[in-house]
Design a protein around this ligand. Structure first.
Ligand SMILES: Cc1ncc(COP(=O)(O)O)c(C=O)c1O
Length: 381
C-alpha cells in the first residue's frame, strides 16, 4: 500500500517516530504507562474490525469483531471491582471521558430529575458530559487534599433533598490523586433519607490498582457503587486510548434498545466501536493478571517513595496524598513544563509514577529542578 508514498511522506513518518522516541524519555506528567509490547497483535491491523453493538448480545450480523475478547475484559474488571456475579454489564470505551458520559446517561435515564453532585477537582469531562445531557448539577468544595468536602456535600444535598442524587465520586482526582470515600457519601444520603440515588465512581487512573492498596479505598460495587470507569491506557497502558465501564445489568436493561440493522442491542455511546482496544486490554490482562497489576503497583509505590525522598533531600517542596503515585511540586516554569510534559494547574505541577518510568528519569528531572530557573519560579509564586 505504501509503494505510492512520496519520499517526503516516508520521511515524515520516520521523523514522527524519532520525535516520539525522543519525547518518551521526558514523559513524566501524565498518568499513562508505556512499558507495553503489543507486537504479537500487530497482525490484526489488516482487518476492518468493529465492535458495534453489545458484545454480550448473542446474535448480530457484523461478524468482524472482537466481542468475545471484549466480554473477557469486562468480566475481568467486573471481578476486580467486585461487581455482583450475575448482575453486571459493561463495554470497552474510548476512555474514561466516554465512560463518565455513559454512566451519567444511564443515571439520567433512571432519574431524569436527578441532580449531579461532583467535586471542584473532578475531571473536566464530568461538567462537559452534564452539559451534553442537560442535567442539573451542584459543584462541591474540596478539602486541601483534593478529597470532596463532605459537609459542603451534605449542605447542598439538603437544599435539594426532594431530587434524586446522582453522585460522581473521584477515585483519584486528576491533579492530586485524591480519593472520595463512598461510605461517607452513603452515610450522608442515609442521614438525609435520600432513597433515589446513583453513585458513579470515576476511577480513571486508580481503578486498575486501588483494590491492592492498604487501606483499600472505599469505592467498589460491594461497597455501594452503581458504576465504575477505569481507563485502559493509563495504569495498564495502550497505544490507543480506551477504558472499561462497568454498570449494574438491571439498570442497563432498563435503557437499552434493539436495533434491526445490527441485529444487536444499542446500549453504547457510539455506534461503531474500536475492536483493537479490547484485544489490547485482553492481551494485557492475560499477560499480567490481577497479580501482575499488584506487582506493578508495588514497583510504582517504591519508585514514588524514592522520588519523594530524593526531591525533599534536594529541598524541593514535594508532597503526595498517602498511598498515591502522584507527586505534587510547586508550579514549574514553562520551559520545564514542556520539557518534562508536566501537567500544571494553579500552584502545582505533578509527576505521576507509573510503569515505564525509571529512576534515571526521576534523577534527570531533579537535576533540572535544581537549576536556577526553577528556584526563581518558586520564589515568584
Ligand atoms: C479522574 C479522571 N477522570 C477522567 C479522565 C478522562 O480519562 P480519558 O483520558 O480516558 O478520557 C481523567 C484523565 O486524566 C481523569 O484523571
Amino acid at each position: 500500500m505504501n509503494k505510492n508514498l512520496l519520499p517526503e511522506d516516508k520521511k515524515k513518518i520516520d521523523q514522527l517516530e524519532s520525535y516520539l522516541d525522543e519525547k518518551i524519555n521526558y514523559f513524566l506528567g501524565y498518568p499513562v504507562a508505556f512499558d507495553f509490547d503489543y507486537s504479537p497483535l500487530y497482525k490484526f491491523l489488516k482487518f476492518p474490525i468493529n465492535n458495534a453493538g453489545d458484545s454480550f448480545y448473542h446474535g448480530g450480523s457484523y461478524h468482524m469483531n472482537t466481542h468475545s475478547f471484549e466480554r473477557e475484559v469486562v468480566c475481568f474488571f467486573a471481578d476486580l471491582l467486585k461487581a455482583p456475579e450475575n448482575n453486571y454489564w459493561g463495554y470497552v470505551t474510548n476512555g474514561s471521558s466516554e465512560g463518565n458520559l455513559y454512566a451519567l446517561y444511564l443515571a439520567k435515564r433512571l432519574y431524569p430529575k436527578g441532580i449531579v453532585y461532583f467535586s471542584e477537582e473532578a475531571h473536566y469531562s464530568i461538567e462537559k458530559n452534564i452539559d451534553i445531557l442537560g442535567l442539573q448539577y451542584q459543584k462541591i468544595k474540596t478539602q486541601i487534599t483534593g478529597e470532596i468536602d463532605y459537609s459542603d456535600l451534605e449542605k447542598k444535598i439538603l437544599i435539594n433533598a426532594e431530587h434524586p442524587v446522582i453522585m460522581v465520586a473521584n477515585i483519584g482526582t486528576t491533579l492530586k490523586e485524591a480519593r472520595d470515600d463512598i461510605q461517607k457519601i452513603q452515610h450522608i444520603l442515609d442521614k438525609l433519607n435520600i432513597k433515589k440515588r446513583y453513585i458513579h465512581c470515576d476511577a480513571a487512573f486508580c481503578g486498575a490498582y486501588a483494590q491492592f492498596l492498604t487501606p483499600k479505598p472505599y469505592f467498589d460495587f460491594s461497597e455501594g457503587a452503581d458504576s465504575i470507569i477505569v481507563s485502559g491506557h493509563k495504569f495498564i497502558g495502550s497505544p490507543i486510548p480506551c477504558g472499561v465501564v462497568i454498570v449494574l445489568k438491571h439498570n442497563k436493561e432498563k435503557v437499552s434498545s434493539y436495533v434491526d440493522v445490527l441485529d444487536s442491542l444499542d446500549d453504547t455511546i457510539t455506534g461503531s466501536r474500536n475492536a483493537i482496544t479490547p484485544l489490547l486490554l485482553w492481551y494485557s490482562i492475560k499477560y499480567l493478571g490481577a497479580e501482575g497489576l499488584r506487582n506493578r503497583l508495588e514497583e510504582c509505590l517504591t519508585l514514588t517513595a524514592y522520588a519523594l525522598t530524593k526531591m525533599k533531600d534536594f529541598g524541593i517542596d514535594a508532597w503526595q496524598n498517602p498511598n498515591s503515585l502522584t507527586i505534587l511540586i510547586p508550579r514549574v516554569n514553562k520551559e520545564l513544563q514542556y520539557k518534562w510534559q508536566l501537567a500544571t494547574h494553579g500552584k502545582f505541577s505533578h509527576i505521576i509514577i507509573r510503569p515505564g518510568i525509571t529512576k534515571k528519569m526521576i534523577e534527570h528531572l531533579i537535576q533540572d529542578l535544581k537549576e536556577e530557573s526553577y528556584s526563581n519560579a518558586q520564589k515568584e509564586i
